[in-house]
Design a protein around this ligand. Sequence first.
Ligand SMILES: *Cc1c(COP(=O)(O)O)cnc(C)c1O
Length: 270
Amino acid sequence: MSGNFLALAQPGVQQLSPYVPGKPVDELARELNLDPSKIVKLASNENPLGPSPKVLAAIREELAELTRYPDGNGFALKSLLADKCRVELNQVTLGNGSNDILELVGRAYLAPGLNAVFSEHAFAVYPIVTQAVGADARVIPAKDWGHDLPAMLAAIDAQTRVVFIANPNNPTGTWFDEQALNEFLQDVPEHVLVVLDEAYIEYAEGSDLPDGLDFLAAYPNLLVSRTFSKAYGLASLRVGYGLSTPPVSAVFDPGLPRSPPPCPAPWAPR
Ligand SMILES: *Cc1c(COP(=O)(O)O)cnc(C)c1O
């Protein structure tokens, strides 16, 4: 057997380097011979308060059901999220963490010859998702550590399929206001899916802080991603979700009706 299975993998996958998560406390304690109870882990933005006692009680109640496959369609959770987020059930996409939503976007919309636009110092998963499918990453220099939305707009071309923006941003903690988002969305061409990553939206406040959900009705090319990992203290459960318009969410969930039928979109790189 002489198959070089690394060389056989598609080029984007060959060159992947793993996302480096914060080191688990136990591992650090072993390495440096420290008392694990004295270590405070800040690296992954895990919630220091832990999950709500109501969540813990609900999980305990369901433990006997671990033997069963779950409802792959996540009907119960989707219904609750649809209510809370003021959207229809068919606009909710569930993921194994919101990272999974970002990956679904990459697999559905990016490919060699196409590109994704995102900012320097943005969330570490955007470049990984882009590279994994062999697409080009257009990394736009940050402005005062935040997203330079006009420069990102200017970087979009006919091969761009996705723009990733995080508001507030991780790791720099910057945010853009409602007017900036509105101007950006107005000018983004229709063939580009804007992924507005709101993993930290529950922590941010301010009258001019935009709520991505307010823009869904006006912008069919918008997808808002959110997560239970941070504010809800449930990182280990891996539950995140995307909110988009039905034609977009149907792409991620082939069980949903796809209407109008698949159209001859300008898929191939020009
Ligand atoms: C933590 C984080 C996510 C994803 O976390 P999940 O646990 O996969 O939901 C997404 N975006 C940003 C900016 C994050 O910091």
